[in-house]
Write a new protein. Structure first.
Ligand SMILES: Nc1ncnc2c1ncn2[C@@H]1O[C@H](COP(=O)(O)OP(=O)(O)OP(=O)(O)O)[C@@H](O)[C@H]1O
Ligand SMILES: [Mg+2]
Length: 234
């Protein structure tokens, strides 16, 4: 098990921001950002669509030196990473990556090109389904002692595979890894003891798992799905 985190906290260099009225600094969660502490093992970013999770997680990944994958190459990446101050531990992770389910095929091919996977079994990853290939990376390619940044890893995964992903994440945590994950999955964010940050227009605030909208809305829907659907379709 691990001691201190690889990434301890970050802060926004507010003096260097020219204009808080333009993207990405105009997003409520970023505009109010002072300092954010990371859990030594697992930190989640949750919140409504458009609340700024991807913007911040992408900036963290860039500030850590994880290159944008080729899907990002032509895109207008925000300049937020240039204004982030990352406070790292003295020890360095031995492994690391930035995974986004939506661009996963590209990144996976890229990782294969780099011979990232020493124990790769030779089966071309692109012949597998999106979710199978993502699970393969999580279970077989990540080596541990790593700092892993993920944006909506659940996007490709069935509920059962999300549970399998939770086990794989736990194994990597036991191998001295740290994760920062943006997610909408009430399954993933159930990891015991994780820090959950809720993003909204009023800023970034820590919440308990059972107080997240993801937990309460999913629970209420499943418990009363017939009434809920009747109401929604009325
Ligand atoms: N390149 C860009 N230029 C201007 N605005 C942008 C850009 N990229 C994102 N935004 C806006 O910034 C806000 C935050 O977007 P972001 O992708 O970070 O949200 P998110 O929390 O990851 O949402 P989701 O849960 O849907 O993935 C949104 O309103 C979005 O429209
Ligand atoms: Mg997003």
């Amino acid at each position: 098990m691990q001691g201190e985190p690889y990434l301890k906290h970050l802060s926004l260099n507010r003096e260097a921001v020219d204009n808080f009225n333009v993207y990405p600094f105009s997003i409520g969660a970023i505009a109010k950002l002072q300092q954010l502490e990371f859990h030594p093992q697992l930190t989640f970013f949750v919140g409504e669509n458009g609340s700024g999770k991807s913007t911040l997680i992408e900036a963290i990944a860039l500030a850590l030196g994880f290159a944008p994958d080729s899907n990002d190459a032509g895109q207008n990446l925000s300049q937020l990473h240039a204004q982030l101050k990352l406070h790292k531990a003295n020890r360095n992770p031995q492994d690391g990556c930035f995974l986004r389910a939506e661009s996963f095929y590209t990144l996976d091919n890229h990782m294969d090109e780099l011979a990232y996977l020493e124990s790769y079994d030779g089966e071309p990853t692109h012949r597998r389904s999106h979710g199978e290939s993502f699970m393969d990376t999580l279970s077989n390619k990540l080596k541990g002692q790593g700092l892993y940044i993920m944006d909506e890893p659940e996007a490709a995964l069935s509920p059962l595979r999300q549970m399998a992903a939770l086990s794989a994440i736990h194994r990597l945590i036991e191998q001295d890894s740290q994760f920062i994950i943006a997610t909408h999955s009430p399954i993933l964010m159930a990891y015991p003891g994780a820090t959950i940050y809720h993003f909204s227009a009023s800023g970034i605030k820590q919440v308990n798992y059972q107080d997240t909208e993801h937990f309460t809305v999913t629970r209420d829907f499943l418990l009363r799905h017939e009434q809920m659907v009747e109401y929604l379709l009325d």
